[in-house]
Design a protein around this ligand. Structure first.
Ligand SMILES: [Zn+2]
Length: 505
């Protein structure tokens, strides 16, 4: 044990940025915490930063907090907010004393001016601290991993599961690797292989082709002690940058040909199995038929896949409401809709008032508002604490909210901003009883399964919108990938990064 404790500088910038959303993500979408406030919240939160802070303390390190900024996925981040964050963060980094840096980043953040904001941040961080301070990052597995990022850090680790049940251990692992570097027992080398493809579906790691690729990765790591980590990044498809694709990142102790072979083998599996990455989702009416027939499994938790706020969509779809109102079975449901104007109109009318409003449909191109009449049942500031496990303990906001009860059975949760609805607290904090619904709509495709486990039956629904890959719907300017584009070449490309190495292209 060193006589003075190691000091680990920690921070977080977390946003998944949808290049095709009409909404710019501004300062007000971010929950921002500094210093001791950051530590108090992160210490027990179900996040990668939580894992970083917890493990650093367990290893006897002193944690040096900087700043944390987190927003729900959404449109490109306002560039001036990003540069203010970056300058403030770099100023803190220059002022503090520490032995290593551990950050939580999403890895697919873009601003209105910079495609690879995470890479930009890390390049400037490396410039600020010089070559002697180790930097470790814990990323979301939907990161768009770039060469700029890997050139700037020693440790790069993703959570391994979708839904992301293991984000805390991702953060813990980052700190363990940094601690081993500081002890001199670990010389990290990162090897990346990239495949120019997205996953059009089958994106869960518990079943299907991803389960098999992860099993192979675990077998490789288990058989070779020089492999410290293999992270498989399923790139966020709504980024729009050069060189987008599935990324296999192998972290080894020292340079070894084994890393290259492992990365290439796993990358090849993605490509060889690409046709297996397709979903077969229920239509809205098939889903509602199931809700009607299968009373014992209610409430069903319906994932509005096309309008997933957790994939950056605006959350203003009314497609499921329209179908539910058009059916004779009078199902009870709770459905969130992003619509600040309707929140204001409902608040102005007041609780108990009957109103007729055109709700939703104004933010996503191609959507239209749906006219409904109902009674205003609640008005709220929209703040709540995520129960978890995904994001447990995080304070978040839906913006000001109103609950409109339509036809005595549909509770429409009108929100002023796109928010996290993958958690029952999003509804219950607004006075909506989840257990008494026949169905609850969430704007999440995967993580809601963790947070509604034991509460409802999950079901993915094929719905319109920019949150689910539909061939030909969107027009990427820079990115080229299967299955959207004809590719002139499809070879897997590999890169190696390490302190003692030049980058091998
Ligand atoms: Zn993710």
């Amino acid at each position: 044990m060193p006589s003075t404790p190691r000091r680990i500088l920690v921070g977080r910038l977390f946003h998944e940025s949808h290049s095709f959303s009409s909404q710019v993500t501004s300062r007000k979408a971010f929950e921002i915490r500094h210093g001791e406030d950051l530590l108090a919240h992160a210490g027990h939160s179900g996040t990668t930063l939580g894992g970083i802070v917890k493990r650093a303390a367990e290893l006897g390190c002193e944690v040096v907090p900087t700043v944390s900024a987190v927003a729900p996925p959404g449109g490109l981040v306002d560039h001036s907010f990003y540069t203010q964050f970056r300058e403030a963060f770099i100023a803190l980094v220059r002022r503090e004393r520490y032995d290593a840096i551990a950050l939580e980043l999403h890895g697919a953040m873009a601003t209105t001016e910079v495609q690879d904001a995470d890479g930009d941040l890390l390049v400037r961080l490396r410039e600020a601290v010089g070559l002697d301070i180790p930097i470790g990052i814990g990323l979301d597995l939907h990161a768009h991993v770039t060469q700029a990022m890997l050139r700037s850090v020693e440790i790069c680790i993703a959570c391994k599961e979708n839904p992301h049940s293991d984000v805390v251990s991702c953060g813990e692992r980052v700190v363990e690797c940094l601690a081993a570097m500081l002890d001199g027992s670990f010389e990290p080398v990162l090897t990346m292989a990239k495949v120019p493809m997205i996953l059009p579906g089958a994106a869960e790691t518990g079943s299907g082709p991803l389960a098999e690729i992860h099993a192979r990765a675990r077998a490789l790591a288990g058989a070779h002690p020089e492999i410290w980590d293999i992270s498989l990044f399923n790139v966020y498809p709504y980024a729009d940058d050069n060189d987008m694709g599935q990324a296999v990142v192998v972290l080894t102790h020292g340079p070894t040909q084994l890393a290259q072979r492992a990365a290439d083998e796993l990358a090849q599996l993605f490509w060889a199995w690409r046709e297996r990455f397709r979903d077969n989702l229920s239509t809205i009416d098939e889903a509602l038929d199931l809700v009607r027939q299968d009373r014992g499994r209610r409430p069903y938790i319906l994932a509005d896949m096309g309008d997933r706020v957790l994939a950056g969509a605006p959350g203003d779809s009314t497609a499921i409401i329209e179908h539910a109102l058009g059916r004779a079975d009078r199902l009870r449901g709770a459905i969130p809709v992003t619509d600040p104007d309707s929140v204001q109109a409902a608040a102005k009318a007041g609780i108990g008032a009957r109103v007729t409003l055109g709700i939703g449909g104004r933010l996503t191109p191609g959507f239209a508002a749906l006219t409904v009449s109902g009674v205003v049942a609640a008005i709220n500031d929209g703040r709540f604490v995520i129960k978890g496990p995904f994001g447990a303990g995080e304070e978040t906001s839906l913006g000001h909210t109103a609950v409109l009860v339509v036809d005595d059975r549909l509770s429409i949760l009108l929100t002023s901003s796109p928010g996290f609805t993958h958690d029952p607290a999003a509804f219950e904090s607004q006075g909506i009883d989840v257990a008494s619904q026949d169905f609850v709509v969430v704007k999440s495709g995967y993580h809601y399964k963790l947070n509604f486990a034991g509460i409802g039956t999950p079901l993915g629904v094929a719905t319109p919108g920019i949150g689910y890959y539909t061939p030909g719907l969107l027009h990427w300017k820079r990115a080229r990938f299967w299955p959207e584009h004809e590719l002139p070449e499809r070879e897997i490309r590999s890169f190696v990064y390490g302190k003692s190495l030049k980058k091998v292209g």
